[in-house]
Each structure stands twice: as C-alpha cells, then as structure tokens.
Write a protein that binds this ligand. Structure first.
Ligand code: DGL
Length: 273
C-alpha cells in the first residue's frame, strides 16, 4: 500500500457508485477520484458470476493503463462479491477497497434481531455473502433473523431514473421482507444504487425501520487504506475529480447533478472487454 496514493479509481455497474463517491469526497476532499460507470452493461446483478469477474478485470486494467490510478474502490456490492478476490490476485500491488452489505452494523443496531437485506441476486447468491452470513451467525450472542431479498429490476430502474418502477418494485420488495419478518427494525441497502431510492424504501418500510447503507464506512476504510488523516492540512479542498461512463454521458451528468449537486459534465469512454 502506498501512503502517497492520491488518485483513486472508483467503479460501479452504473450510477449507483455515486452514493459511495459522495461519501468518499466528504471523507477525502484532497483526493482525486476518477469514477467509471459501466452503464453500457448495467445492471450487473442478474448476470452470471463469470461475466462480472471478467468485466471487472477489464475495467481495472483499463483504469490502470489509461488513467494511472494508484488505488481502487469497487463501489459495487455485486462486483465485490463476484470479482474482488480475482482483482486482488491480479493487481496485488494496487490497494483495493470493496463494499459488502452492512449486515454486521445492522445487527448491532437492531433491537429485535430481525434484519432485512435488499441486494442483487448476484450478491445474495455469492459464496462471499454466504461466508459473511456464516461468520456473523456463528459470532452472534443471540438468535439472528436475517431476511435476504433479491431485488431484480430495482437497480435498473434507478439507473434509468424510472420513478414509477422504483416506486412499484421498492414497495413490493419491502413488503416481502416485512411479511417474512414482522419484527423487522433494520433494513440493509446492499446495493450502491439503493440509497438513491431511500425515500421510497423508507416510506414503504415505515418510520420504525432504520435503513443502513455502506457509503460512509467504505469512505473511512479507504482513508485508512490510503493512510491519510481525517483532517490533513495538506489536502486541498476538493481536488478535481472526473466522471466517466461507457453509456450515455448525459445520464451520468444528470445523475451526478441530481444526487451530488455536481455541475461537471461526464465523459463517454470505451472500455474494451
Ligand atoms: N450497484 C451495484 C451493487 O452494489 C450493482 C447493481 C447492478 O448493476 O445490478 O450491487
């Protein structure tokens, strides 16, 4: 790990990783970020594990060769679940931070022990997620009730900013968890797209249910990996960051404006397989 790392690549299947970028920028204002949305191929969640692993390798290779990044945040639960081990093997010299559903913090916050996990099918079906659950269940001092809910179509609807479908699917999936877990008090947003549907999900879950996402924890972890202090006086305020997409540049520009208040235009790029 290089303490001097100051150019961090961040990638997601699409616009969802902007929820992580928002937290990264708040935590590390002096770091230059290059964000890549692979929107041409979003969503990843219903594709196979091999495909996600191959595509993630192609993206990281491209970010290193063409952008010269010196650290990486995989701002996608699905890509972390299905690809991060292979990325760490192939890029052993690159500090890599991933995201995983915040089940551990949710268990700590839950009074009832009933925790719902909204995520993609790819994340919930992965060996990495199964191992996380096994570890947490083995370590739990009390009975745990973790209710996994695959949310097919929800990331895609957020990607398209399709508010009607976000409303319909958000309500449907939260209802399904509530039905399975009448004591539910904590709901994990296990996909980086879902914080952008938080209002719909909170409304569907009701005021007694707390939503938990991972953006801030990932940002703190990244600061730790980069070996930077929280209040580094040498950090300039808001280093220049770049938004790139394999899909429609206008859509990423609009999403960054809507959710992060950014006015900077995104660039369209080609990332070969
Ligand atoms: N944002 C991603 C995640 O955190 C992927 C969503 C998708 O592409 O299906 O899982």
């Amino acid at each position: 790990m290089k303490p001097s790392a100051r150019h961090v690549g961040v990638f997601d299947s699409g616009v969802g990783g902007l929820s992580v970028l928002r937290a990264l920028r708040a935590e590390l204002p002096g770091v230059r970020f290059t964000y890549l949305a692979d929107s041409l191929h979003a969503p990843y969640g219903e594709r196979g594990a091999d495909w996600v692993a191959r595509r993630s390798q192609a993206i990281v290779q491209w970010l290193r060769q063409t952008q010269g990044i010196d650290a990486l945040v995989v701002a996608c639960n699905t890509a972390t679940a299905l690809a991060i081990d292979g990325l760490r093997t192939r890029h052993a010299d690159l500090p890599i931070v991933g995201v995983e559903p915040a089940v551990k913090p949710a268990i700590e916050l839950s009074a009832s022990g009933h925790v719902g996990v909204l995520a993609t099918r790819g994340t919930l079906g992965s060996e990495r997620y199964a191992a996380l659950r096994r570890r947490l269940e083995a370590a739990a001092p009390r009975a745990l009730h973790i209710h996994d809910q695959p949310c097919d179509g929800l990331a895609g609807a957020i990607e398209r900013d399709d508010t009607d479908t976000i409303q319909t699917l958000g309500q449907r999936y939260v209802d399904a968890v509530r039905q399975a877990a009448p004591g539910l008090d904590t709901l994990v947003l296990g996909c980086t797209h879902y914080p952008f549907a938080a209002a719909v999900l909170q409304q569907a879950a009701g005021p007694g249910v707390r939503l938990v996402d991972t953006g801030e924890a990932v940002a703190r972890r990244t600061r730790h990996v980069l070996q930077m202090d929280a209040a580094d006086p040498d950090q300039p305020l808001h280093a220049e960051s770049t938004l790139m997409t394999t899909g429609d540049a206008g859509a990423l520009t609009a999403a960054a404006h809507r959710w992060l208040g950014w006015h900077r235009p995104a660039q369209q790029v080609v990332v070969p397989d």
